[in-house]
Design a protein around this ligand. Structure first.
Ligand code: HEM
Length: 487
């Protein structure tokens, strides 16, 4: 009997709770809905961003915003350029949602915590800590890693090379040496424990089930937590090694003469025992986020640009001709020469438009009600800036699916229609780092090789994009042929 009474009480209670979760808030009622079912299908069918865009394109091109129910609440997906501009420029009105608030108890929140990318207010403090490291990039370190890339490629002669993992190994080596003064040596040793643990943890972090059904985060994920602990231990090792290798006062000296690397700036910021700018925990969170933001993104960008050049031979030739003309006998471009590589820069921008490695900007919310056309978006609504949609909308770009580097010739597009590196005062700190890496790599590879796509590639008709579960977008593994050219 008692059992039935409990059931009778529980049923309306649970029904009310579910109603509360799925009820559309008043202000969002008239905003067009993006299908939750399509989203679930996309997740389980492992669709890439291109297929996701096909699903929601019509609504977003018409209205510029759409609402979607996900992870127990309604969010607004945005492609409207006016709203996009406000979101990236008015950071007080549109702060970023912190991971612990968005995904409480999740592995992602535990691993990344609050860091320079995902934080508010004090971020300028953290950004100030890290920003100077990006002003004087150690170009020779980039060149050395690029040379090592050529050596590794040399060993494979005329055979297709899987470029995605090669670029990941390469960009991690560049990041490690240039930002942390640490050699992951991943080009020579693909099975490096750091990297295998990192890759495994990335899979765990990106498991979509935990975002779809957030209550799963209440259950322990022992295996994944062990991997995280192992990786955190390795981060601590990097910091310890760095501290051991430096004589007392050396960091201060390097900071004063502008030659310190990113890790040295962060160690200094955490070294005041009374009042550290970064606690040792925050230092680790920042290492974790830099490891992700600083290499997976550029690896994806390099992979897609090499693919685009492989299938557009005439554009590949134009870039190569430009390299030979601007660089002459120089192997790597100086700062001035990089500016002169105008066509290459257009190719890089167009690649980042077609395949933005960060296809959505990390979630924000509005601190106040926001009026948008006939709608009033209530305060504290989750906002997702859909960069992929903005880059692929025919409202912003003619023939958006076509690879046309020339469209960047006079930069006629709306400033906020190209958000590859974000915008406003929270735009990418590593943009110049990444662009230098991309230009250098293209100079070395195109001078030496002619690149093509094997006849039987799964990417023959269209680049097959992987789901972007970890927050960065790229293709499934892709093999390309690098044939030594006759120059
Ligand atoms: C093609 C390569 C890259 C792309 C497409 C990219 C994209 C982005 C985007 C879109 C943002 C803004 C995020 C937001 O507004 O929510 C961002 C922020 C950031 N990126 Fe990158 N990034 C790249 C490479 C790098 C590299 C190489 C580093 C470091 C070595 C880096 C470090 C950062 C940092 C620290 C921020 C946070 C800045 C702040 O919030 O103040 N990124 N990146």
């Amino acid at each position: 009997m008692n059992f039935f009474i409990i059931i009778l009480i529980l049923i309306p209670l649970i029904t009310f709770k579910i109603y509360q979760k799925i009820r559309v808030p008043e202000g969002l009622k008239n905003i067009p809905t993006l299908s939750f079912l399509n989203l679930v299908i996309a997740i389980f069918a492992k669709h890439g961003m291109d297929k996701r865009w096909e699903d929601i394109r019509e609504v977003l091109e018409k209205d510029g915003i759409g609402k979607i129910w996900f992870d127990g609440e309604w969010s607004i997906v945005i492609t409207d350029l006016g709203l996009a501009k406000d979101i990236v420029t008015k950071t007080d009105l549109y702060p970023k949602s912190l991971l612990e608030e968005l995904f409480p108890r999740s592995l992602v929140a535990k691993y990344y915590g609050t860091n320079v990318v995902i934080s508010n207010g004090d971020v300028s403090l953290e950004a100030r800590v890290t920003y100077p490291a990006f002003r004087n990039l150690p170009v020779h370190v980039f060149v050395e890693s690029a040379m090592k890339l050529l050596e590794v490629m040399e060993e494979v002669d005329n055979e297709p090379i899987e470029v995605k993992s090669l670029m990941q190994r390469y960009t991690l080596d560049v990041l490690g040496r240039a930002a942390f003064g640490f050699d992951f040596n991943n080009l020579e040793n693909p099975k490096n424990v750091f990297v295998t643990t990192y890759n495994e943890l990335m899979k765990d972090l990106g498991n979509p089930l935990y975002f779809l059904l957030s209550f799963l985060n209440y259950f322990p994920r022992t295996k994944a937590l062990n991997k995280m602990a192992k990786l955190n231990g390795l981060f601590d090792e990097i910091v310890e090694k760095k501290c051991e290798s430096m004589k007392s006062g050396e960091i201060d000296k390097k900071i004063n003469n502008g030659t310190a690397d990113l890790l040295e700036y962060m160690i200094q910021a955490s070294s005041d025992p009374e009042n550290p700018t970064l606690t040792s925990e925050e230092l680790r969170y920042n290492l974790a986020v830099f490891m992700f933001a600083g290499h997976d993104t550029t690896a994806n960008a390099l992979t897609t640009v090499l693919y685009l050049l492989a299938i557009h031979k005439e554009i590949q030739k134009k870039v190569r001709d430009e390299i030979l003309r601007v660089l002459g006998d120089d192997l790597t471009p100086s700062i001035e020469q990089q500016k002169e590589l105008k066509y290459m820069n257009m190719v890089i921008n167009e690649n980042l438009r077609l395949y933005p490695p960060a296809p959505e900007l990390q979630r924000r919310y509005n601190t106040q009600d926001v009026k948008f056309h006939n709608h009033v978006i209530p305060a504290k609504t989750n906002l997702i800036l859909f960069v992929y949609g903005i880059h692929h909308s025919s409202k912003n770009w003619e023939n958006p699916e076509k690879f046309i580097p020339e469209r960047f010739e006079n930069e006629k597009h709306d400033h906020y229609a190209w958000l590859s590196f974000g915008g406003g005062n929270r735009s990418c700190l590593g943009m110049n780092f990444s662009l230098l890496e991309q230009r250098l790599t293209l100079c070395l590879l195109l001078r030496k090789y002619e690149i093509s796509l094997p006849e039987d590639s799964i990417h023959k008709d269209k680049l097959q994009l992987e789901p972007d579960n970890t927050g960065t977008m790229g293709p499934y593994p892709i093999s390309l042929i690098f044939k030594r050219n006759t120059h």
